[in-house]
Design a protein around this ligand. Sequence first.
Ligand SMILES: [Zn+2]
Length: 213
Amino acid sequence: MWCMGKSDYKSAFERLIGQLTKLPGIGNRSAERIAFYLLREPVEEAFELADAIRAFKTDLKVCSECGNVSEVDPCPICGDEARDGHVVLVVEQPSDIAMLEHTGSFEGKYHVLMGRLAPLDGIGPGDLNVQPLVDRIKRSHKTGGDGVIKEVILGMNPTLEGDGTALYLGEVLEQMGVKVTRLARGMPAGSTLAGLSKTVLSDAIQARQDFES
Ligand SMILES: [Zn+2]
């Protein structure tokens, strides 16, 4: 029977801490708390977490076109020729797409930023899918046809950071000769797309406003 010696305990512990502290927002203290929590958890529970991470990375792909998370690349929305390729709605997270799709009000395509600008947390444009969006627009203008991106709707959450991100993105995109609009402000300030009802969200798409930088 193999028995874990003191040095093995230390290395397994440190290996986990080393991995956990790589995660965003997890410092040494949080990592230790998680490690001790997992130590107390039944083995199946801890393995469930490990399996979920494995399945997440094995089964999910990031769409090379829009950055959405899907089981295929390109994602079903980018691959759907019936959708309007002239309009792209930019959102912060893949979960926002699910919410917007649920309203059934939007026929165009999406782009996922994977976050929002947060200068205080050191999150700048380079940490988000901003350049891929710029490249995507340029590519579409070069290719022409049904895929030419003519309008970009900024669908950031109406929070302080969401507003800052929209302002930055609007300025970048207007220089590219595309029409920039923003989801209407029927959405309560400080709310998130995920927390809005289908009707409010549907109205926000219909009544989108011209972006003014
Ligand atoms: Zn896609």
